[in-house]
Ligand binder design. Structure first.
Ligand SMILES: *Cc1c(COP(=O)(O)O)cnc(C)c1O
Length: 396
């Protein structure tokens, strides 16, 4: 009996899994336990920034494993300061709190927004969130999420959220008109799980301005679109704005769980001793992964690579698929690309895997490509060569 046939009677049944178990990888290629090879255009869902078995990341992590894995936040962790300083330089912000996951970074951001309100004398602070947003699956972050499927069965939801549509400044103004309880606006620069839906540059600038005028925190969830994926360190930087709070995770540790809340001057001193904490957050292994990931990204010019190869990939997809009647839109930036089809296309995940390509389908009908940032143009062409015929056959 194979591993797959025996699969997982004791693991809770929470994922709709593709029946594949990966064994190992090299660069943007992975192999399953039966030896079949795949081109990895999913990157562990925008996590494996440097691909697999990176020749400089792995020895650094091995070195760290042999020194100390975990020490607790009872003590200083020197690489916390190194990584925090680096993240503040890259973001133009000032202070960082380390945690382990995206939802945890977002949960902390929501606490910041609540306390920011309370510190100003607002008894019941409210936070503006967006339709189709995804912020995680804790009770608070699923309440902030704009997807009923994520929320169903978990009520009562956390209150204090006001929901608005993307890219509509008049809707935001109308929804908050005269409301003195607003403390923050919270969104993803490019919605990931919601279907690769970008905020427009002009809208980002308008919301920044509105937050300044009204003394609200601008909180931007860059968990998926951040860490170089779009060709800038953080996707909102395309609009030349700086948020007050920025949750990070996914790509930050290149596969090692690392999360962070980055804060600017308006939010950096909201938490004091005793207000927030975590056992695993900022541990020596995680910090080494973050420090080395960013070092390698800089040494190897991976931002520029993400921008260039992403544009190449999007262009090739547009040439192959753009004119097909069943293709609604090809969108995204850098190596975060969505191909929206006119009908649900979840079956393509399995079909692509059978053809040797790992992808995901999100929001029912959007093919999502978030490969490692080391992808080359030749590998991008390979993705298109496998994917385009499948999409054409699916739509035919
Ligand atoms: C994945 C994701 C999260 C949740 O991160 P987890 O590490 O799964 O908790 C939150 N926000 C965005 C934008 C994400 O893409």
């Amino acid at each position: 009996m194979s591993f797959i046939e025996a699969a997982s009677p004791h693991v809770m049944n929470t994922y709709g899994r593709v029946p594949i178990a990966l064994s190992h990888g090299q660069g943007v290629r992975v192999w399953d336990v039966n030896g079949k090879q795949y081109l990895d255009a999913l990157g562990g869902i925008a996590v494996n920034t440097l691909g697999h078995n990176h020749p400089r990341l792995v020895p650094a992590l091995q070195d760290q494993l042999a020194k100390i894995i975990h020490s607790s936040n009872y003590y200083h962790v020197p690489n916390q300061e190194v990584l925090a300083k680096k993240l503040t330089e890259l973001s133009g912000m000032t202070n960082v709190f380390f945690c382990c996951t995206g939802l945890e970074a977002n949960e902390g951001a929501l606490k910041l927004a609540r306390k920011f309100g309370h510190d100003k004398g607002i008894e019941r602070p409210e936070i503006v969130v967006y339709e189709k947003a995804f912020h995680g699956r804790s009770i608070a972050t699923l309440s902030a999420t704009g997807n009923e499927k994520v929320q169903k069965g978990f009520g009562p939801l956390v209150e204090g959220f006001i929901r608005v549509p993307q890219n509509d400044i008049e809707a935001l103004k109308a929804a908050t008109e005269g409301n003195k309880n607003i403390s923050a606006v919270f969104f993803e620069t490019i919605q990931g799980e919601g279907g690769v839906n970008p905020m427009r540059i002009e809208y980002l600038q308008q919301v920044r301005e509105l937050c300044d005028q009204r003394d609200w925190l601008l909180m931007i969830d860059e968990v998926q679109c951040g860490m170089g994926r779009t060709g800038k360190w953080f996707a909102h930087q395309w609009a030349n704005i700086v948020p007050d709070v920025m949750p990070l995770a996914k790509g930050l540790g290149s596969g090692v769980p690392v999360g962070a809340i980055v804060a600017g001057p308006k939010a950096a001193n909201i938490f004091g001793p005793g207000n927030h904490g975590t056992t695993f957050g900022g541990n020596p292994l995680a910090m080494r992964a973050g420090v080395e990931t960013i070092r390698i990204m800089e040494e190897d010019g991976l931002l520029e690579n993400a921008a260039r190869v992403g544009a190449h990939l999007k262009g090739a997809l547009a040439r192959e698929l753009g004119a097909l009647p069943g293709v609604v839109e090809i969108r995204g930036q850098g190596l975060m690309i969505g191909v929206e089809l006119a009908k649900p296309c979840g079956v393509l995940t399995q079909q692509a895997a059978d053809a040797g390509l790992l992808i995901s389908v999100t929001a029912d009908s959007v093919i999502r490509l978030v490969p490692p940032l080391i992808l080359t143009e030749a590998e991008a062409d390979e993705i298109v060569a496998i994917l385009a015929p499948l999409v054409k056959a699916f739509l035919a």
